[in-house]
Design a protein around this ligand. Sequence first.
Ligand code: FES
Length: 109
Amino acid sequence: MPDSRLPNDAAQQLFEVRIAPDGWVFSAALNQSVLQAALAAGVEMDSSCRNGTCRTCLCRLEQGEVAYAMAWPGVSAEERAEGWFLPCVAQPRSDLVVVQPMAWPIPTP
Ligand code: FES
């Protein structure tokens, strides 16, 4: 979900996302969700609604900072404090290390 409040040059800023434990690494733009960036890089992660409500994509953020494009994503303040986040609606604000053991490469045709 692009954030239209960002100037174009800021929206182009890229961060490195590393998926643990498998070690996939890809870039994510400031205005791109972590899930969107993963899919664009050929890495699939569990997801369903992709709007921050179902919690299917819930996983741990081991390192880095994210921001949410919505006021109340489906993760509580306590869960956030414990490192849980929703990659379908979380946008990077630094390089990230995401713990998602169930990520898998998208098969190429
Ligand atoms: S896919 Fe539903 S909350 Fe992320």
